[in-house]
Design a protein around this ligand. Sequence first.
Ligand code: TIU
Length: 222
Amino acid sequence: MRIEALPFPYEFELKSTALVLIDMQRDFIEPGGFGETLGNDVSLLEAIVPATKAALEAWREAGGLVVHTREAHSPDLSDCPPAKRNRGNPTLRIGDEGPMGRILVAGEPGNQIIDALAPVDGEIVIDKPGKGAFYATGLHELLQQRGITHLLFGGVTTEVCVQTSMREANDRGYDGLLLEDCTESYFPAFKTATLAMIRAQGGIVGWTAPSAALLAALNSAA
Ligand code: TIU
């Protein structure tokens, strides 16, 4: 299959490609979670939900592997270093009790993926303590076991967890493409810059394309 992408078309096979949705959890997208405690306007992120849902549903329909990640710490915070917990000047820190339970802690209501994109049976769900999806998770091994070489990315936020995950993926040998309208930042200028830096220098990190280009590729293959 081929997606019309930048900086040039992206070639992939369905059986060796996974859709990876980064941290589409209530903590970042709904009021009262980690994103808002950091001082961000979380309403910006909601805008990508319809396009992300359409891409997810089309990918499921085609039979492609889906991976969801959540930024999540263990309840004892043993996987949350002071360099992360003490950063910024948040109203609530990681592990503090908020309106959706303890901030960024596994199992709490705020840590769940939003209903519209909830995982279904057979999909991989990765809890990650860092920004990148590969750091301190078994994701690389799970993908290798399944023969995955190509990754389509969506999720939040573009320049933090999504970009870190794409760079980690590239260093591990994956060809990555970011779905432009399925990712968002609290800072629109950072999203624009991130898309540009991913595909600059001949795709130094990977490719970008609108989700319509993925849907068109899936339609023409069907
Ligand atoms: N703050 C921010 O933009 N993002 C994060 O802290 N985590 C993710 O991007 N998931």
